[in-house]
Design a protein around this ligand. Structure first.
Ligand code: ADP
Ligand code: ADP
Length: 230
């Protein structure tokens, strides 16, 4: 099958500083990859290159067979294939939860309001937040807001979900509910690449752990092998 993500000999610089060095990674459809490593090792940069929030300087990246070659059409295609969830929830504060979720499906996919709302409610149901659909972000807890951010991404029906430390801005008691939502997605067979320090999640959900240091992938292994070695 065509890889969900393929990175070959990818390099990324910020000015003189090399943030990614010869990154090679193939993610199969349905695979769950957890990326870990020390702060500043390039995890966020790696994930941001996949949906072209950051542009790689050298090497090749393809998503579902679409080459991120810099053409607008291909960038748009890759963006539509990938959903991304950040540390901050980035919901629009002046819009209700439902409005936040229907915005992109209406403007980018051209769905009519009834269809967009039906879709949004289905995904809000999935993340168990449908009852709050008419509230504003500020009325929800951080964990609930992050679940909304996940639902909002799902409303674009991406093939691959990218998570960049989705729980690190949350109070400890809210981490679990967000990880449970991510586990639900994993059970549905979603292809996922997650930057996270949550070892319990990695153990339970990851097919593979990728360990980065100073911009390089220095190790890849199944979680059991990775975390349980003497
Ligand atoms: P991680 O996610 O592993 O913490 P990042 O990918 O965020 O690492 O950052 C890798 C390195 O690149 C860090 O040293 C960081 O300071 C640097 N970096 C990240 N983004 C930028 C940027 N926009 N400009 C300059 N340096 C950056
Ligand atoms: P994260 O922990 O999610 O990787 P950071 O706090 O490292 O986020 O970075 C937040 C933002 O600042 C990112 O957009 C990143 O690209 C940028 N950034 C990080 N390090 C630098 C740096 N040394 N110079 C400029 N921008 C940076």
């Amino acid at each position: 099958p065509i890889p969900a993500v393929r990175m070959a000999a990818v390099y990324k610089y910020y000015g003189e500083f090399r943030a990614l060095t010869n990154v090679n990674m193939v993610v199969s459809p349905g695979e769950r990859v957890v990326v870990c490593g020390p702060s500043g090792s390039g995890k966020s940069t790696l994930i941001r290159c996949i949906n072209h929030i950051e542009k790689r300087d050298d090497g090749m990246i393809s998503v579902n067979g679409t080459d991120l070659n810099g053409t607008r059409a291909n960038i748009a295609k890759v963006r539509s294939l990938t959903g991304m969830v950040f540390q901050g929830f980035n919901l629009f504060p002046h819009m209700t939860i439902l409005e936040n979720c229907v915005l992109a499906p209406m403007s980018s996919l051209g769905l009519g309001r009834p269809e967009a709302e039906a879709r949004a409610m289905a995904y809000l149901e999935k993340v168990r937040i449908a009852e709050q659909a008419h509230k504003y972000p500020i009325q929800l807890s951080g964990g609930q807001q992050q679940r909304v951010a996940i639902a909002r991404s799902l409303c674009m029906e991406p093939e691959i979900m990218l998570f960049d430390e989705p729980t690190s801005a949350l109070d400890p008691e809210m981490v679990k509910e967000v990880l449970e939502t991510m586990e639900t997605l994993a059970k549905d067979g979603m292809t996922m690449i997650c930057v996270t320090h949550e070892i319990g999640f990695a153990r339970q959900v990851a097919d593979r752990v990728v360990f980065m240091d100073r911009g390089e992938i220095i190790e890849e292994a199944p979680p059991a092998e990775f975390f349980d070695r003497p």
